[in-house]
Write a protein that binds this ligand. Structure first.
Ligand code: SF4
Length: 64
């Protein structure tokens, strides 16, 4: 699985960072980004939850 944050949609609420800080982190300008190219198996459920819960629908998932 791969994930990405659409920087045009992200509003920097931080829900995703709270849900899974191993995968989501902050950019210097206060938005979220995905820090891993490939999402390890142990984080996939949390990443799906973060995508589902993102208020801006900014997290895109590629189940690849
Ligand atoms: S939850 Fe969504 S809007 Fe909030 S920081 Fe994460 S990607 Fe951005």
């Amino acid at each position: 699985m791969k994930a990405s944050v659409d920087s045009d949609r992200c509003a920097g609420h931080g829900d995703c960072v709270s849900i899974c800080a191993a995968v989501f982190s902050w950019t210097p300008d206060g938005f979220a980004e995905v820090v891993l190219d490939e999402i390890p198996e142990q984080y996939t459920d949390l990443v799906l939850k973060a995508s589902h819960d993102c208020p801006e629908h900014a997290i895109e998932i590629d189940e690849g």
